[in-house]
Write a protein that binds this ligand. Sequence first.
Ligand SMILES: Nc1ncnc2c1ncn2[C@@H]1O[C@H](COP(=O)(O)OP(=O)(O)OP(=O)(O)O)[C@@H](O)[C@H]1O
Length: 452
Amino acid sequence: MKELGIVVSGSTIGSIPVQLYRSAERYAVEEQLVGIVDRENPGEVVVGFLRRVTKLEPVIRDRVRTPYVDRPEMVDYGILLPYTSAIVKPYVALRDGRLAEVSNVVTPGSKVYLLDPSLLEGAFAGSFIYVGEHKYSGWRLPLDPAYVTHHVGVFGATGMGKSRLVRALINELAARGRKVIIFDHTGVDYAPYYGAVVKSTEIRIPPNVLASVIAKVAQLQWQTYGEYLEIATMTYEGRWSREGFIAHLRRVMKRLNARDSTIEKAELFLKQLASAEFFEELNNRVKTAEDILSAEASPFVVDLSYDTDLSVKQAIVASVIEAAWSKVKRDKAPANMIFVVDEAQNYAPQTWTISKDAIETTVREGRKWGLSMVLASQRIVGDIDPSIRANLGTVFFSRLTAPTDLREISSYLDLADINESVLAQLQPREFFVAGLMNPLRKPVLIRTREVA
Ligand SMILES: Nc1ncnc2c1ncn2[C@@H]1O[C@H](COP(=O)(O)OP(=O)(O)OP(=O)(O)O)[C@@H](O)[C@H]1O
């Protein structure tokens, strides 16, 4: 292994200060994978990552006025001795080729090496999946698919490669027998890449969800109209049309003694705000959510781009997830099913939406029933409801658009002091992986593998 430097005074169990040799400067980068062999415990390699890489100079010190500032030409006389210091965040120890916890404080004077990734590869045995390699060492980061049931979040600014990463992940999961259902918001990120795709406009919306959609579309207050709409959608018979539904709703409201003005408002709003096509299209929705769940193919894509109204898209997501819940409760058996929601700000935001309850229930309680969520979005705070984001056991994150997002992730996952400025410089395809699927449990910077 290439020697990079030595441990200097001040090391603790969680942070090891090191100084790097001049000859090793080119390896002195943030997130470099290193190994430290403790001089008093040579049978063990402490594995960690370089952070806070800092260039220092003993003469021209920060905040101290030196003559060199007034006589800069003196700098050229070769009197400067710049050096690089950093800290190593220890993640895990390798003892006789096996993984162990870091339990000893490393002795100053110990050597720091560039870690050969094959040492780590040998230490991870089991059925792992892979979506990419550590950015510098090329170590294929093993991910434990068992923890997908603790749910997954993928966050990063636009163009960083979220949907490619999600595809890499779900391809691996599907290849291991997991049933994956993808809700493709735009129809461009997933539908073109998979054979099994259903248009959302073919999927039936169950009456209770349809009532919410109609209330949203026609801007009818749920408090006043919810019950009438639910009864009307449940009891409607025959071919769907706007006129037919309005007439039926009127009868229902009359029977339930609604005030004339309330009935009139419903009629007027439905005529003005809900299009006739919306009702016509309900006739083409012949596939049930159960049909989607029982499809053989995995991954299976629901292409939501055929529906333009967001509340209809949300209704489809809600009804498929709710049908999965009904199935597991009915069968009293876990389902081994993963739902992927990209552009999740549309489906699980802080405000009320038709799909949020189903997603929230799944991230809170889906684990016991084998129902998992993979959510992808640009932002965390603001895009995703707090009770949903706090239940994401594994988070992949790249360059984030808001600095508050990193703080948010750090409130429920150990981020081991990763540097915000490193995050700002990440290139497309570069993601930190933090949380349960990562066996090191602390963030590792990967470059996702090529996804066509
Ligand atoms: N793993 C990868 N393999 C190959 N190309 C990639 C990969 N990841 C990202 N790219 C490149 O980056 C581009 C953006 O990727 P992608 O569409 O996945 O980003 P995104 O974060 O989902 O963006 P948006 O938020 O706009 O949907 C791709 O078109 C591709 O050129």
